[in-house]
Design a protein around this ligand. Structure first.
Ligand SMILES: *Cc1c(COP(=O)(O)O)cnc(C)c1O
Length: 380
């Protein structure tokens, strides 16, 4: 068994053309946070996202994209920012960079994303408490689009801006629109385990060229347009490298293909778990939305004999990586002092779920190995 190679949850998957774009960057000496690959990658993303009104700014991470979106939205010390609780810590960390207070919201059970009912309740409660939240950060977790119509309706009723964290949702669709483009700001991530990778990287999606200009200015140390170095504001070193952008351009060529492969993995798991009682595969709840199925997750009902953790441990023996779902942020030691609105939906998802190997590079042979190992674990 130990001659078998490890099957990862989600690992980088090159298309083959990345090296040509990197070579071009090296040969032209554009090994810098500027150059034609950055503009090319931004154009590729803009075309992929569809709407003419989208502006794309490539940055060195998804986290810095969230941080700049909060700054562009005017979030400052003392403000409150509403954030989905069930997500990666990077969704909320930048709220604290700004000295603002995160207010966490529970998930609803259909998409696992922000619950519109708790959202509205929280906004009213915060206003009654004396502070109207400035921004809502909604996440399309595991690539599953959130209930955007309802969330947008509530946000507009109270005139609150929305940032879509589409770090895991590149390619996912909500009612014919790509995730990340439905509201004033969206963000993407190109970290090693995401839909596409630039080793590290991210993008800010915005609706007008002024926001893009200001994002680039803030991402390049807020240097003003003078021959000498002139600064009137605090800046950041957040721009993407031209070498990394070259990897991104190569990855864009295979994005549609890789998304189809991840969706095929989800179908594979649907078939596999069809006959395993009490375990359900996370799928789109309706036809309005298309998930990229970045990661396929399963949920155990109370009747199942084995626990998610025992399945995880038995797959580990077969060198197959699985992982618990994101632990809700309101339960994290670093965030549990902040306000939380909701019940135990996200907590129960965390306790009863598991993420399965979902890479676009999974081979037929590896899927067979996964199938045998899972069936074996449930037989015992
Ligand atoms: C990965 C991720 C981020 C952060 O992106 P980085 O590029 O790793 O900084 C933010 N939010 C979510 C939901 C993520 O999964």
């Amino acid at each position: 068994m130990n001659t078998e190679s490890k099957i990862w949850l989600s690992s980088p998957h090159m298309g083959g053309n990345e090296i040509d774009f990197i070579k071009e960057a090296l040969q032209t000496n554009w090994v810098a946070p500027m150059g034609s690959n950055i503009e090319g990658f931004e154009m590729d993303l803009k075309n992929f996202l569809g709407e003419k009104s989208n502006h794309v700014t490539c940055l060195n991470s998804g986290t810095s994209a969230i941080h700049l979106a909060l700054i562009l939205a005017g979030v400052v010390k003392g403000d409150e920012v509403i954030c989905q609780s069930m997500t990666f810590s990077a969704s909320a960390n930048p709220i604290c960079y700004q000295g603002a207070t995160p207010v966490f919201i529970d998930s609803e059970p259909e998409t696992w994303n922000m619950c519109p009912i708790h959202l509205e309740h929280a906004i009213k409660a915060r206003i009654a408490n004396g502070v109207k939240p400035k921004v809502i950060i909604v996440v399309h977790l595991y690539g599953m689009p959130a209930k955007m119509d309802k969330i947008i309706e509530i946000a507009s009723k109270f005139n609150i801006l929305i940032i879509e964290d589409a770090a895991e949702a590149l390619g996912s669709i909500y009612k014919n629109k790509k995730c990340g483009t439905l509201t004033q700001f969206g963000i993407l991530s190109f970290n090693g385990n995401k839909m596409i990778t630039t080793s590290s990287g991210g993008a800010l999606l915005s609706k007008n060229s002024k926001d893009k200009e200001r994002a680039i200015y803030l991402a390049t140390q807020a240097r003003e347009n003078e021959v000498f170095y002139q600064h009137s504001e605090i800046g950041y070193n957040y721009r993407m490298s031209n070498v990394n952008a070259g990897i991104g351009r190569g990855q864009m060529i295979v994005l549609d293909k890789h998304m189809a492969l991840r969706r095929a993995n989800n179908l594979f798991y649907q078939n596999l778990f069809k006959d395993i009682k009490g375990v359900s595969v996370f799928i789109e709840p309706n036809k309005d939305i298309v998930s990229n199925h970045w990661l396929t997750c399963i949920i155990f009902s109370k009747e199942v004999e084995i626990t998610p953790n025992s399945l995880r441990l038995s797959l580990e023996k077969h060198f197959i990586e699985t992982r618990p779902l994101w632990k809700p942020l309101h339960l994290q030691p670093v965030f549990n002092k902040y306000p939380y609105y909701g019940g135990s939906v996200s907590e129960n998802l965390f306790l009863n779920g598991l993420c399965l190997p979902s890479g676009s590079n999974l081979t037929e042979k590896e899927r067979k190995r996964i199938q045998l190992a899972i069936l074996d674990a449930f037989k015992k």
